[in-house]
Design a binder for this molecule. Structure first.
Ligand SMILES: [Zn+2]
Length: 127
């Protein structure tokens, strides 16, 4: 047997009283049915700010490894721009391609593929 408890306040559209500010407020001003304190009284600027600043998405192990590989690739690209060496560009674009594809950033994947093809064709022309 299942018993579904229904809060009659929601169905009837009744007002609820906050236990902190003692004001009658609508149901949508409370986080859930069993909250006794309204959202306005619960709000703390410091907690809000910290939650906004925190990095939320959790990376998988593959994405973490790919991120390190991507840093190495950007190092190669930095070196390549000083040396104008096509092999460094090809290595750098290949490594960054791994990172961007692991994060599913397809616009950057397309950008890196373009750079990779361009520098490979540059190598082939110079042979
Ligand atoms: Zn309140």
């Amino acid at each position: 047997m299942f018993y579904i408890s229904i809060n009659t306040n929601i169905l009837e559209g009744k007002m609820r009283k906050c236990n902190k500010c003692d004001k009658e407020k609508k149901n949508n001003k409370f986080r859930h049915d069993y909250k006794k304190t309204c959202l306005k009284c619960e709000f703390r600027f410091k907690v809000w700010l910290l939650r906004k600043l925190a990095y939320k998405s959790k990376l998988t192990a593959y994405q973490k490894v790919a991120s390190r590989i991507g840093y190495m690739g950007s190092g190669f690209l930095i070196a390549a721009q000083w040396k104008i060496d096509p092999t460094l560009y090809v290595i750098g674009f290949t490594l960054i391609l791994i990172q961007t594809s692991s994060r599913k950033q397809w616009n950057l994947v397309a950008l890196n593929c373009n750079g990779l093809i361009a520098w490979i064709s540059h190598i082939l022309k110079s042979l």
